[in-house]
Design a protein around this ligand. Structure first.
Ligand SMILES: C[S@@+](CC[C@H](N)C(=O)[O-])C[C@H]1O[C@@H](n2cnc3c(N)ncnc32)[C@H](O)[C@@H]1O
Length: 322
């Protein structure tokens, strides 16, 4: 492998870490950075037009550039590294910022998500992208035929990463992203508009609808605890959910939601991706599904393919059918 190729590969990998908001790099991951390579790094990151429009978290910027500069001991450090670092020192506490998730290690193929870094904000866990959302989106990109020309519903969409990835790359005919939290739904709408611009928009109290010639994307206020048969006249072919099995008190309501939609479509397929933090809660969920007469199949997902996720998490992707 030529030296130029290795430098380029390390540079791209560092840029992707920056996009993803990851500080997981060591001195070995940083290529020798001549003045020209530093300029390339800056133009791909902080001076990139998308990053200027949708900037990443200031606190992350501060930590990333400090760490990077510390690894550049032997090189002359570009003035713009310091200028940029000073600019992000002034106001480190922005609650919302943008993460640029890179697909297929191609920095021209990103999903840009406005979100917080915090696990719980305004009483909801839905204002950040959870690891299970990345895993489920990756699986969807590996299996687009499951979603192509289908009517897809997502439960507990949070900031909308998985649904938006499916809308962008899997050609569903209709997609409905749901959540029970009003602020979460507002952020989903913003993220749809960033990633799927130029769609016609109609909105009322419960639903926002985006339309193109080929597809419809909806956001809908839907609470699993107050589901009734009339929530929609449309019947989903596929229901998905990422990181929604974490609280024992919502397991029965979730099963009730499944039951409502199985009644409308006995061929319905449900895919639920979980990071297993509490094995007992997860076991209860599977038992409840089996007692309700549903088939549960755990699908293999050994490694990340199109989207980076942490393969060391204990996880399960369940396919639920009748
Ligand atoms: C841990 S977050 C996961 C968000 C997103 N799926 C992800 O993986 O990034 C759980 C989501 O479920 C939603 N949620 C919790 N209880 C709910 C309920 N009873 N009805 C509908 N959504 C609910 C929360 O608002 C939140 O968006």
């Amino acid at each position: 492998m030529s030296e130029d190729y290795t430098v380029r590969a390390k540079l791209i990998s560092l840029v992707i870490k920056y996009y993803r908001g990851s500080l997981e790099f060591t001195a070995d991951d940083v290529p020798p950075m001549s003045w020209a390579i530093q300029e390339q790094f800056l133009s791909m990151t902080v001076y990139n037009s998308k990053l200027l429009q949708y900037p990443v978290n200031k606190n992350f910027n501060r930590l990333f550039f400090k760490k990077l500069i510390a690894f550049l001991k032997t090189e002359e450090i570009h003035d713009d590294f310091y200028t940029f670092l000073c600019s992000v020192m002034s106001d480190p506490k922005d609650a919302f910022s943008f993460v640029h998730y890179v697909v297929d290690n191609d920095i021209t193929k990103t999903i840009i998500i406005r979100q917080t870094n915090s696990m719980v904000v305004n009483g909801t866990t839905g204002l950040k992208t959870w690891e299970a959302a990345l895993m489920l989106a990756d699986w969807a990109l590996c299996n687009p035929q499951v979603f192509k020309r289908k009517n897809i519903w997502e439960l507990g969409s949070g900031v909308g990463f998985t649904g938006i990835a499916i809308a962008k790359f899997c050609e569903p005919s209709a997609l409905c992203l749901t959540d029970h939290h009003r602020t979460v739904l507002d952020i989903i709408c913003r993220n749809i508009e960033i990633n799927l611009p130029n769609m016609d928009k109609e909105t009322n109290e419960l639903v926002t609808i985006y339309k193109t010639n080929n597809a419809t994307i909806k956001t809908l206020l839907l609470d699993w605890e107050y589901i009734d048969d009339d929530v929609t006249d449309l019947t989903p072919d596929v229901i998905i959910g990422a990181d929604i099995v974490y609280d024992p008190s919502i397991l029965q309501p979730l099963c009730n939601v499944f039951q409502t939609y199985f009644k409308k479509n006995s061929q319905l397929e449900i895919y639920i991706e979980s990071v297993i933090r509490n094995p007992d809660t997860f076991k209860m969920f599977v038992q409840l599904l089996e007692h309700s007469g549903y088939k549960c199949e755990s699908l293999p997902q050994p490694l990340p393919v199109h989207i980076h996720w942490d393969r060391f998490n204990e996880r399960c992707l369940l396919k639920i059918t009748k």
